[in-house]
Design a protein around this ligand. Sequence first.
Ligand code: UD1
Ligand code: CA
Length: 455
Amino acid sequence: MKITTIILAAGKGTRMRSELPKILHKIANKTLLQHVYDMSYQLSNNAIKIVYGHGADLVRDTLKALAVDWIEQKQQLGTGHAVMQVSDQIANTDIVLILYADVPLLKLATVKQLIANVNDQSLALLTVNLINPTGYGRIVRSDSGQVTKIVEEKDASATEKLINEGNTGIMAVQGKFLKKWLNQLNNKNAQGEYYLTDIIEMAVADGFNVLTSQPESVDEVLGVNNRLQLSHLERVYQQEQAEILMEQGVTLIDPTRFDLRGTIEHLGIDIVIDVNVIIEGKNSIGNNVKIGANTHIKDSIINDNVEILANCIIENAVVGQGSKVGPYARLRPETVLAENVHIGNFVEIKKSSVAAFSKINHLSYIGDSTVGSKVNIGAGTITCNYDGVNKFRTIIEDGAFIGSDTQLVAPVTIGKNATIGAGSTITRNSPENQLTLSRVKQVSLAGWQRPVKHE
Ligand code: UD1
Ligand code: CA
């Protein structure tokens, strides 16, 4: 059984009040359209087709990596008209699934249940009972409870408006019949649009059953029309992510103040995450990791027993087992910390590796460097890696001790177990096991007197 999924994505989204097409707005840093795509991509034997229109170039450009057929709907003449654009790409035996790009949280299980209702005599429709169905098409049923048609809000009579079973717009039907009914659509209605919903009445006239199912939660079928709805669905999504993590053994001090904007591909247990932590991109977090408040981690690997204190920013970095980072540390891309490394407050590290048991505890910038094991880098040490044109590397070998307030002017190597005196500007390689310092000798002037104020 082959499935063709049609994602309707041509609409403008006027109420977003945005230059950006609605479906490129994001939940958890992922576009609405991508959410719908990612869900439907999990259906097997499925060809995905996206009907796009508003913001065409930008939409295609942003999502060019998707494995789909793009079908342009030049004028948005209604949901029926949108599906018609795909007609000649639908095989008679296909099951056609209609999804909306602005309904991002629909679940795979709900879709599978819907599809299971499709056969030669039945069309499957996803409906939802709403306390306030304003704006939705209403599901009209006969006295015996059979669906007879869908009436759009703007075409509904006063009694039809009282129906609180709403049309989600999501449906599944066999290709052969869909194509037949699409051919019969007209736009003689209050909005002058080709309504996809009109095929329901045609199906019933052809002796079809309309089988309805409902999502587990209303949030699954809520659309995004404005930024308030966008923020609501962001929260729903985040609450769900938080619950999944807690089920897997993560303590979230406050699940309402945690944001996952990506994935944690490998997740350990006994992880404790304090408030206002954001995890973005693709990450891995080992066992017994503690993450302090207000920390932002992106595309990083955090190994077992790591402690990250509050207010750190970690991007595209690896933090080795047992290491301690922060508070207020910044690990920039291509930072690799081995086991039991200590990175303290106001330390920035970029494109550098730091081997086991080394410490960089206060106020330092380490860039383009290779730092050996058991190295101690004193407060205020700076690698001068950039001459304004080119970047150079600093190598600090095992066991070196760098005194505070030192500048290491790259390219430069500090030998094994070398000691650098505090306040030095090191411009040449420093031999191993020796003390190197570049400091003006301290003098004291015995006869010196403080100036006095002239009266
Ligand atoms: C539609 C349904 C309504 C349902 C509601 C649920 C119809 C006629 N009505 O109404 O019964 O309760 O959704 O939200 O189907 N689109 C296109 N091209 C078009 C028109 C729309 O791609 O020419 C896309 C939009 O981008 C959107 C989706 O189809 O993703 C729904 O369109 P929208 O205008 O929001 O439909 P509603 O009037 O809300
Ligand atoms: Ca809508």
